[in-house]
Design a protein around this ligand. Structure first.
Ligand SMILES: Nc1ncnc2c1ncn2[C@@H]1O[C@H](COP(=O)(O)OP(=O)(O)O)[C@@H](O)[C@H]1O
Ligand SMILES: [Mg+2]
Length: 499
């Protein structure tokens, strides 16, 4: 075939050079703008397209823009990183005072691989509109995922109880059924909580850490008329004081320059139509206490940097592990706010005041842990259970859960005895206290508990007696057998094979 003028160059390296040049021109014309920096990060070239961004960046001409270190003229740019690492950032979102952009950053290398500069490309500006189909698809998938997660969570919470709630999620996941316990104290608190769910006044949950305040807040929300609305939680102790006001009330658009210039919704607004759970309310700084009081009294909030009051519709549930009346006496918590919150106070009993619930809790918590780890929960021997029931449980159910998790992880047999529990207690820093005698049946079942197969009841009683004897003798099997008037062999048999 005769050669024409438009034929490809014959050798590979010229072809590559041509390809590179073509691609450069393609990008230069297809993209919204392009610029080059040298090794020092100084802007050395800007194409025509990029000119449109200059006014928003504060420049009137290309001449004025060139010659500056890149981060001085393009806020938040990552070009320096590309120069330093020699690695491209093929797709990224850049937000600065000029807007939000989809950008690409590519290092320029010499033959020997040395980075001698970098090229910055603005692929799209206003990604909200240019990438709309993609973002919409993403949002749809995200929504599907959220729905699936929620469904899974509610299925689980129906079947079993959950672990620590964490904070920030917008859906409640515990119901009253997740609150395990049939002791008089547990039933009493549940009864009050159900009643609180019917009302729209603020609820104040009091009790030591790990007693289930957060769980109960979820349950109250789900049993209330607002169950379909969001459940938003804010742990006041976990947020720096300086950021709390914005977290509570939000930030008006334009209040700040930079990333927050679009404004941000506060938790009060996010909880609209639902419940706002304010955890560790006792840790609230004084200035904010005044603002919260005003919000609760007026039903209106004032976002930071705005001078407009916006009404909100959120039911407040507050919780604290601190002695709030004492804080009021010391002048560290406003009395008027305390009364405002204390409309429906609920006191959660510490675990040591409802030891009878421990076997049921152990059962439910172990089941939940096993579900999460995908393993069969270990079975606790009666002496192990009795030992757990005797502890002080400063961290209450959270601490019990932690000990059970350690037990499941460390025990290599399916059966866990008191010795093993003692070891884990020591390792986790719980000071072991002698075992407690458990009541023969959960309180509240009374009569029904007696109308079960006698063999089961006898076995249960036997287990408890053995546990008590083992605890009394510090695990000395010979002494325990003597105490119970049985042979050592019988005791061994019971300890190994007993239910
Ligand atoms: N009555 C209960 N039944 C079952 N699990 C509980 C109960 N109370 C608390 N828990 C569990 O114990 C842990 C701590 O509870 P949480 O509600 O966070 O306590 P608090 O907010 O009082 O510190 C969580 O994993 C929770 O699911
Ligand atoms: Mg808590």
């Amino acid at each position: 075939m005769p050669a024409t003028e438009s034929a490809l160059p014959p050798d590979a390296s010229s072809m590559l050079a041509l390809a590179a040049r073509s691609m450069f021109h393609l990008f230069s014309s297809m993209s919204q703008g392009m610029f080059l920096v040298d090794k020092a990060g100084t802007i050395v070239w800007v194409n025509e397209g990029y000119r449109r961004f200059l006014p928003a960046l504060g420049f009137s001409s290309i001449d004025e823009f060139q010659g500056h270190p890149v981060e001085e003229v393009i806020p938040n740019t990552q070009m320096r990183r590309v120069l330093e690492t020699g690695e491209p950032i093929l797709v990224d979102l850049l937000t600065n005072k000029a807007g939000t952009f989809v950008v690409s950053r590519i290092p320029l290398r010499e033959e020997d691989g040395q980075t001698i500069g970098a090229i910055g490309i603005v692929l799209f500006d206003q990604p909200e509109t240019t990438l709309k189909p993609l973002i919409e698809k993403f949002a749809l998938l995200q929504r599907d995922l959220d729905d699936a997660r929620r469904e899974l969570a509610s299925q689980r919470s129906r079947a079993l109880l959950h672990g620590d709630g964490g904070s920030g999620q917008r859906r409640a996941k515990y119901t009253f059924a997740s609150f395990i316990g049939t002791s008089a104290a547990a039933l009493e608190v549940k009864r009050h909580a159900r009643r609180a769910a019917q009302s729209s006044s603020p609820v104040l949950l009091l009790g030591e850490t790990g007693t289930g305040k957060e769980l109960l807040a979820h349950a109250i929300h789900l049993a209330s008329a607002r169950a379909r609305g969001p459940f938003v939680s804010l742990n006041i102790a976990a947020v720096p004081d300086t950021l709390l006001e914005a977290e509570f009330f939000g930030v008006a658009p334009g209040a700040y320059t930079g990333a927050d210039r679009r404004g941000r919704e506060g938790k009060f607004k996010l909880a609209d139509g639902g419940t706002l759970f304010l955890d560790e309310i006792g840790d609230m700084p004084a200035a904010l206490q005044a603002k919260l009081l005003r919000a609760l009294q007026e039903g209106e909030i004032e976002p930071l940097g705005s001078n407009r009051l916006v009404p909100f519709d959120a039911r407040v549930i507050a919780a604290t592990s601190r002695d709030l009346p004492a804080l009021v006496r010391q002048g560290r918590f406003r009395e008027d706010l305390y009364y405002r919150l204390n409309v429906l106070p609920l006191k959660l009993p510490p675990l040591r005041e409802r030891r009878g619930d421990i076997p049921a809790l152990v059962e439910a918590l172990s089941e939940d842990l096993a579900q999460r780890s995908g393993e069969v929960p270990p079975e606790l021997m009666p002496d192990a259970l009795a030992l757990l029931a005797g502890q002080h449980w400063r961290g209450n159910i959270r601490e019990l859960r932690n000990v059970l998790e350690q037990l499941a992880m460390r025990s290599d047999s399916q059966r866990v005895d008191a010795a093993e529990v003692r070891r884990v207690l020591a390792e986790t820093g719980v000071e072991a206290i002698a075992a407690a005698a458990l009541p023969p049946a959960p309180e509240g079942q009374g009569h029904a508990a007696l109308l079960r197969p006698l063999a089961t009841q006898v076995a249960e009683l036997e287990g408890l007696a053995i546990a008590a004897a083992m605890a009394e003798t510090g695990g000395n099997k010979l002494a325990a057998a003597r105490l119970l008037g049985i042979s050592r062999a019988t005791l061994y048999g019971r300890l190994q094979g007993a239910t």
